[in-house]
Design a protein around this ligand. Sequence first.
Ligand code: ZN
Ligand code: ZN
Length: 422
Amino acid sequence: MAAHAFQPSASAILGNMSNLLPDLETLYKDIHAHPELSMQETRTAGIAAARLAEAGYEVTTAVGRTGVVGLLRNGQGPTVMLRADMDALPIAEDTGLPYASKVTTKDADGKTVPVGHMCGHDMHVTWLVGAATLLSQARAVWKGTLMVVFQPGEETAQGARAMIDDGLLKRFPKPDVVLGQHVMLGPSGTVAGSSGPITSAADSLQIRLFGRGAHGSMPQASIDPVVMAASVVLRLQTIVSREVAATDAAVVTVGVLQAGTKENVIPDEALIKLNVRTFDASVRKHVLAAIERIVNAEAEASGAPRKPEITPLDSYPLNVNDEAASNRVAEALRGYFSADRVHRTGPAPASEDFGCFGTAWQAPSVFWFVGGTDPQTYAEAKAAGRLNDLPVNHSPKFAPVLHPTLETGIEALVVGALAWLA
Ligand code: ZN
Ligand code: ZN
């Protein structure tokens, strides 16, 4: 099988991994204990840049504020881009780990917030430092150009865009393939992915509904935005259940519903913030149009004095794995790992700005998942039908087990890159 042709060089390179692991484990714990919010990743970016320079890469910093690009030109051959995101979340960590974050900082609005690496981007940074170091040490067994990208601001959908807007495409060589990975719920030691859509498009909207305030004892003098908002929230539930085909998928979640300050005062307005996930461009268009239609119609039905104000908050594109490139990655991974460690998984209702790079460069891209759950814990939860009880990304208790999650992510990146460079 062609895949096995990649194995000797991958094994030669990864044979050196065990020497690096103690240092990488220390690096991971350090980044974990020092998380930084989106677009503020100066310390993490500094570490990534120093590690790349040490490993012999040409390093460019401050690409899209805190982004770092490392280039390793190693003769004629394809250019492979490997990407990791660096940012943490405004979440108070509750893992109880000895290296848990106790950090607080000011967010973009100047509010003091806790910060924690509850999406595992600290693992992504460590994987990429490890893979970049190993590939540099083993320059003799591959040819081409390796482009290593540490991006800021994934959690706010700003970072990939910021790097592209800062001239990424003009300043660096066009990759033949863009590869990235994310730590996820799943047995540690396994990887999972598929061709086609791999993460959903996500759109967040803010909706202001306008009514007319009055004394709580005189509802006839009001146009009650609380009732209006309640109707909107309930009616929004009919989009997925009544307007999206059973063979399509979508999520509409209202995460914020706010109105009023006192029990006997009917307020002037109500605020809704919602999040939409879709896996198909036409479904996305339909769902967004349906939201607008329902919000306007409910306001009209209430006799609202003003049309609702609908403001987009952020938007992540649909992330689609190129078919030929993902087959190539999957074959290489199956050639290196045993087949039972490489799983197929449908698109995840999570979102990522990773797809921006491939789209902007018009280059194929492949994104996959690396399990971070203790295999025993995972197997027991699965047998008991309680997988939903395990902490997932963005939970204050999300904590990937270090081994073999650390090893598996480094191996997957190296094997993926060598599918082009070997
Ligand atoms: Zn996240
Ligand atoms: Zn993430």
